[in-house]
Design a protein around this ligand. Structure first.
Ligand code: GLC
Length: 748
């Protein structure tokens, strides 16, 4: 914490130096296509291939060790891009080494995984999505871009937009959850945040949509595993968020590691060329994921590296991340007629155009200004934005007898392995975020807020994973003397993110055992969760008095958790992903099909021959879109402007939402539609609209949505993207469990 203050003073003292946004570079060069055409006319084959080559510097490790000496390759003029180098100093050194060895002075493109912040770390993306606040998501991406661009980064490998319905997959933490509509809106907002209106702006970065495609549908939630699905499911559920980023003008895509129906994405011509570049009109460039090209050999899709390079280039892959295949085999493939010069030119051109758009040909060092870096990192307004994002991402899952919010007059025992944590709280993929002594822990956040510190105590009690019990008694003793116990528990940050799939998604270690001991004391117990995925919390839900899902809330997480616990922030988050009762229910998601034998619950006259389990309810523990508030919202008066929809008309949906509790609060009002009969079966409901509304206590707001025929389109039996006439049901409420219903008919 102390270090932060010093940094803040430094930032403020030099803030005026670079106050104006995106200073225009002085040098004027030819328009982009002309400039790149001229440049390419002078380039040798080797120089063109170099633009298709990316190696990793020795910063963050984000994949298997590379066998190539990246420094030597730069000195040979063989490298177009470097990832995992950060800071204006280090990137300048590398850029200089490159330009000193580049006959035509072609700058290197620096890429880095700035997923949810560069230095100022925001909630993990799954957590930020729980805010259902698109402007907030755009803003945090804008800030991440500003900090990373000021640190010499040109290109972020984000947003990750992979839909997933499987919490065993650790990478759910990086995405926007299970829903196509919410995921698409968030994807669009994040690209706009990273890229702004002009890539030439000194505070924006090139974004990269990943992982294309359907990486989140890995069988059994096991990372890198097989994906196999109908084209209809692919197009209806998994592809729209990627398409939304093309509509937002994203400048690059990253191919996913997985295969889809037997074809690895890195060699999938239909996916990269026919769909992305032709059908969607994407004119940026596509990079593989880390050695994704080489992995087509173990996939059993490429005979050897040269064959992999041929398949990738033919598929429409423009840059090889770390694989060294384009470097080593493209010339041979050309000479043997396996690839064409036109394919090489197209790949090279796409990369050069991105470098042009970033202004790198005008000044390769334009992002390398120490003063700007110091003035931009950890600006107070950024930290304030991170606190706001963390507050808005909090999801209140349970609050019996209004045990929350806490009062400062209460004696509160804060316990749990993450109660003083400053390392895990910023989550996985936390870029250059500081993990030691910088982020605000829960203990620090409580101490910032609570005036009489004799009222609060802090004891870990147990570790996250190991079964050491030596600290438990001290924590239990502290709890005995308290009015309320707050247990801050969850996962290690590296239990989610890449290569972090789990078959068990319970609270790890002996945390649950410790909770049971705490419960025996007969005091209210509040569970605060720091985790990167939905967990199975049935026992906790039955035995805890309150549960607050805080995700990994980032640099300001401790302040946000304290402000939420003590009512300074009224939690308004809603789950972007279903929380199952047990991992045996997975995959479980709200927009499921009805089946021919839907189980209607305990009132169902047929209890056996129904689509159900004999040892569990079908329903999840917490539904998609669910989240409580310290106040209460009542929905009534659902009306449709008409019960018939035709042609280009719209139906206006209105609903009254009343705040019947004692606090002002924000509510995410959600609109779901059910297409009752189709030429193919349709989900029981689909999110088609949402709006986050501040409703003061006692106030009633009338919320409206419009529905048009376009909103009802799907891939019919002939794979045509159409709306089919027939009956539709509309549900509006504060979660996907909404029951308030109206109906209309779509007529020809
Ligand atoms: C990793 C990840 C990808 C990341 C890339 C570069 O393997 O799959 O998301 O952007 O490598 O770090």
């Amino acid at each position: 914490m102390k270090k932060r203050t010093l940094l803040l003073l430094l930032a403020c003292s030099t803030i005026t130096v670079y106050a104006q946004k995106g200073k225009k570079p002085q040098i004027k060069i030819k328009p982009r296509t002309e400039f790149v055409a001229d440049l390419m006319s002078k380039m040798t084959l080797e120089e063109k291939i170099a633009q298709m080559v990316q190696f990793t510097a020795d910063g963050t490790i984000t994949g298997p060790k590379s066998g190539t000496n990246w420094v030597d390759e730069i000195k040979k003029g063989n490298v177009g891009s470097i990832l995992n180098a950060t800071g204006v100093d280090y990137t300048r050194k590398i850029q200089k080494m490159n330009l000193d060895n580049s006959r035509l002075k072609i700058p290197i493109l620096f890429g880095y995984d700035v997923i949810h912040g560069y230095k100022t770390i925001f909630p993990i993306t799954l957590g930020e999505t729980a805010s259902w606040d698109l402007e907030l998501a755009r803003k945090s991406a804008e800030i991440a871009a500003a900090e990373s661009a000021a640190a010499g980064i040109h290109w972020t490998f984000a947003p990750m937009v992979d839909i997933s319905r499987d919490p065993r997959w650790g990478r759910v933490s990086e995405g926007a959850g299970e829903d196509t509509y919410l995921g698409s809106k968030m994807a669009f907002a994040r690209v706009k945040g990273f890229q702004g209106n002009n890539l030439n702006d000194l505070y924006t970065v090139l974004a990269c949509t990943k992982h294309f495609a359907a990486y989140g549908a890995a069988e059994a939630g096991r990372d890198y595993n097989t994906v196999d699905m109908s084209e209809r499911l692919l197009r209806e559920v998994y592809l729209p968020p990627y398409k939304a980023t093309v509509d937002a003008g994203v400048g690059s895509f990253m191919a996913s590691f997985n295969e889809i129906a037997g074809v690895p994405s890195t060699g999938n011509k239909w996916l990269m060329n026919d769909l992305l570049k032709k059908e969607w009109g994407f004119n940026g460039f596509v990079v593989t994921d880390y050695t994704g090209m080489n992995e087509m050999i173990p996939h059993g899709y490429a005979k050897n590296e040269q064959h992999a390079g041929e398949l990738a280039l033919k598929a429409g892959i423009d840059m090889d991340m770390v694989g060294a295949i384009y470097l080593n085999d493209t010339k041979k493939n050309l000479q043997e007629g396996k690839v064409t010069m036109a394919q090489i030119d197209d790949a090279c051109r796409r990369v050069l155009l991105a470098k042009y758009d970033l202004g790198l040909f005008e000044d390769p060092y334009r992002y390398n200004e120490e003063k700007r870096e110091k003035a931009t990192i950890y600006k107070k307004e950024y930290l304030d934005a991170a606190l706001n994002a963390a507050n808005k991402s909090m999801v209140l899952l349970k609050n019996s007898n209004n045990v929350l919010p806490l009062k400062q007059s209460q004696k509160v025992a804060f316990v749990g392995p993450l109660v003083s944590d400053e390392f895990n709280i910023i989550g996985s993929w936390a870029a250059a975020g500081d993990r030691n002594g910088y982020a605000v822990s829960v203990e620090e956040g409580v101490k910032h807020l609570v005036k009489d510190q004799s009222k609060v105590s802090f004891n870990k009690g147990v570790e996250i994973k190991d079964s050491k019990r030596t600290m438990m008694q001290a924590a239990l003793d502290a709890a005995k003397n308290a009015d309320v116990v707050v247990a801050v528990m969850g996962e290690f940050e590296n239990q989610s993110g890449e290569a972090a799939s789990q078959v068990n998604i319970d609270l790890p270690g002996i945390q649950k055992e410790f909770l049971a001991e705490l419960k025996k004391l007969g005091k209210p117990v509040v569970l605060v969760l720091l985790n990167g995925r939905p967990l199975t919390l049935s026992w906790e839900n039955d035995n805890m008095d309150a549960i607050l899902e805080a995700w990994f809330p980032g640099t300001m997480g401790g302040d946000a958790i304290a402000q939420t616990l003590y009512g300074v922030n009224n939690p308004s988050g809603k789950l972007p992903m279903t929380f199952p009762r047990s991992v045996g229910q997975v995959p479980i998601y709200y927009n499921h099909k009805n089946t021919g034998r839907p189980y209607l619950g305990t009132n169902d006259p047929e209890q056996k021959y129904k689509s159900r389990y004999t040892d569990s309810e079908n329903s999840p523990l917490y539904a998609f879109g669910y989240g409580l508030s310290y106040t209460k919202f009542e929905y009534s008066n659902l009306k449709l402007s008409s019960n018939k929809l035709s042609g280009s008309n719209k139906i206006t949906v209105t609903v009254d939402v009343k705040n019947t509790g004692n606090y002002d609060g924000e509510e995410v009002v959600q609109l779901y539609v059910h297409d009752v009969v189709g030429s193919v079966t349709r989900p029981v409901k689909e999110l088609k609209g949402f709006t986050k509304q501040l409703i003061k206590k006692g106030e009633t707001k009338t919320v409206t949505f419009d529905i048009s025929a376009d909103d009802l389109r799907f891939y019919n039996i002939d794979m045509k993207f159409v709306a089919e006439p027939g009956d539709f049901e509309v549900f509006v409420g504060g979660s996907s469990d909404a029951t308030l219903k109206a109906t209309f008919e779509l007529v020809k």
